[in-house]
Ligand binder design. Structure first.
Ligand code: HEC
Length: 101
């Protein structure tokens, strides 16, 4: 009982600043990836901004479909030498922010 209360409280406490577009993108991805949190969305964005601009500028996710991203991002994660966990966050961020067909 006590444990559940703490769990709910910690969930309600999560407040992350997002633009309207980001909120809409996050909601889209949350329906797709069960348990996906706003923190993970923001982490994916931050990881992209820090690891994915060494060779080219930030690539706008909105230009790509989920199918394309599933091929491109794992490849790019290898180039960027990021961990599997980080790749997962970047991929979800890109799919969230990508073309919603
Ligand atoms: C070691 C260099 C390097 C790193 C690091 C890198 N990329 Fe790339 N990326 C490339 C090259 C080369 C291309 C192909 C040429 C181009 O589109 O500029 C490319 C292309 C892309 C494309 C466009 C593909 C297309 O079909 O137009 C996306 C999206 C992309 N990268 C995302 C990322 C993301 C996300 C990361 C971080 C996880 C990343 N890249 C890190 C070198 C890199």
């Amino acid at each position: 009982m006590l444990g559940l209360g703490i769990f709910l409280a910690s969930c309600a406490a999560s407040k992350v600043a997002m633009t309207d577009t980001e909120s809409a993108n996050y909601k889209y991805a949350k329906a797709k990836f069960s348990g996906y949190t706003k923190e993970q969305f923001v982490q994916g964005k931050t990881l992209t901004e820090t690891n994915c601009i060494k060779c080219h500028r930030m690539k706008d996710p909105a230009r790509f479909t989920e199918e394309q991203l599933n091929k491109i991002i794992p490849n790019m994660a290898k180039k960027a030498k990021i961990s599997d966990a980080d790749k997962d966050l970047v991929l979800k961020y890109y799919i969230a922010s990508g073309k919603h067909s």
